[in-house]
Design a protein around this ligand. Structure first.
Ligand code: AMP
Ligand code: GLY
Length: 428
């Protein structure tokens, strides 16, 4: 089978790395891909927002299955257009992708089905939103309803901050994504991510992870797409995973089926583990980035992934099993100096072969391009240096050992990825 993978980040490199092992695979194409994937797949310059062009490419290259990595094409209905042309796709259709595409949609679904989440209200005008802020205790969380590339959330400690966030949303700071606003109660606890595949009926839990969103050590500085991650998340004990499945994920999958918009794909539940148990912060309708980079190395048999993704899309997940290694996986994101602000592109990165020689180390490219025999930085988050280990301490040491071998004067990284899990491990 020929497979087309959509996306260009470290998540897609990790997915390509697993898909490439499948005995079902003939040729793997990635659109647009990046500099690290060329040994695994053929990178093609396709405009994925142009669905007709994607369909034409699929016909021309006899693509039997399309794996959609990022959320934007899912929310834009790429899976629906592929299905209409008779091409199977991994990832939900436009209506089911509302679980990520509209925070208000998900909050209403939680309210209707008793799914634990922060108390909330939805607004389509600033006056009512500000009146709500005046009546509720701080801090409050103000969110643009739609996709805002992770930038649409403000944790307001003061009423002025909340009002500024409301004005920014309705003033167009996030474009159409801010036409509606959700205001939530602030939850306290530890955050964790839970991943499951579902074909609309059967749910196959995958694994858990935690990431570090702030740019600097000690979880300081501005938010980023994620500076590192590890799997499993120690806070997600078996009991906590079971509660998440039964109280959050299963009722969601049932509700989506009941509405006639069954959810088929990976469901990534962003959770707050509170004193009362797991509460849903948000859903994502795709794998996390960089969380995917710590899930894939923990697969016992990477070659089984493609079949599981196909069963997710076509039904039949009940017959699929994925086994997970007990080892911890930990990834360190190497970013271009200046990220998440402005940064230069094009600096040369050397030493990747030596750094990746350890079989327990995998270097996923997130934002690179190939320039002859050189690899050059081509984005903010550039490399995901990932290692497996028998413990958090071992995975962390191995990952940083590899980081130190990479010669990239224009890069920086956090030195404390996994600190919370490491502290837990040391205390145990
Ligand atoms: P989201 O884009 O909804 O995941 O929000 C981004 C981040 O804001 C989350 O990862 C949390 O750290 C934080 N956050 C969002 N909603 C809440 C909430 N209700 N209470 C506390 N923190 C929140
Ligand atoms: N790492 C967070 C995300 O993928 O949304």
């Amino acid at each position: 089978m020929n497979v087309l993978l959509i996306g260009s980040g470290g998540r897609e490199h990790a997915l390509a790395w697993a898909i490439a092992e499948s005995p079902m695979l003939d040729t793997l194409f990635v659109a647009p891909g990046n500099g690290g994937m060329s040994s695994l797949a053929t990178c093609v310059a396709l405009d994925v927002a142009d669905h007709a062009a994607v369909l034409r490419f699929c016909e021309d290259h006899r693509i039997g299955f399309v794996v959609i990595g990022p959320e934007a094409p899912l929310v834009a209905g790429l899976a629906d257009d592929l299905a209409a042309a008779g091409i199977a796709a991994f990832g939900p259709g436009r209506k089911a992708a509302q679980l990520e595409g509209s925070k208000g949609f998900t909050k209403d679904l939680c309210a209707a089905h008793g799914i634990p989440t922060a108390a909330f209200a939805r607004f389509d005008n600033p006056g009512h939103a500000k009146a709500y802020v005046a009546r509720h205790p701080l801090p409050l969380v103000v969110k643009a309803d739609g996709l805002a590339a992770g930038k649409g959330v403000t944790i307001a400690e003061t009423r002025e901050e909340a009002e500024r966030a409301i004005d920014a949303c309705f003033g167009g700071a996030f474009g159409a994504a801010g036409a509606e606003v959700v205001i939530e109660e602030f939850l306290t606890g530890e955050e964790a991510s839970y991943f499951a595949l579902t074909d609309g009926e059967t749910i196959l839990p995958l694994a858990t992870a935690q990431d570090h969103k702030r740019v600097f050590d000690g979880d300081k500085g501005p938010n980023t797409g994620g500076m590192g991650a590890y799997s499993p998340a120690p806070v997600m004990t078996e009991a906590m995973c079971q509660r998440t499945l039964e109280e959050i994920v299963r009722p969601t999958v049932a509700a989506m089926a009941e509405r006639g918009t069954p959810y088929r794909g990976v469901l990534y539940a962003g959770l707050m583990i509170t004193s009362e148990g797991p509460k849903l912060i948000e859903y994502n309708v795709r794998f996390g980035d960089p969380e995917c980079q710590v899930l894939m190395p923990r697969l016992e048999d990477r070659g089984a992934l493609l079949e599981a993704l196909l069963a997710t899309a076509q039904g039949g997940l009940a017959d699929v099993r994925l086994d997970w290694r007990d080892e911890v996986a930990l990834t360190v994101v190497m970013a271009t100096k200046g990220y998440p602000g402005t940064y230069a592109k094009g600096s040369a990165i050397r030493g990747l072969d030596a750094a990746g020689r350890d079989p327990m180390v995998q270097i996923f490219h997130a934002g690179t391009r190939r320039d002859g025999s050189e690899i050059r930085a081509n984005g903010g988050r550039v490399l995901n240096v990932t290692a497996l280990g028998a413990s958090v301490a071992e995975a962390k040491a191995r990952a940083y050992e590899a980081v130190e071998k990479i010669d990239w004067p224009d890069g920086f990284w956090r030195t404390d990825i996994g600190w919370r899990a490491l502290a837990r491990e040391e205390a145990a």
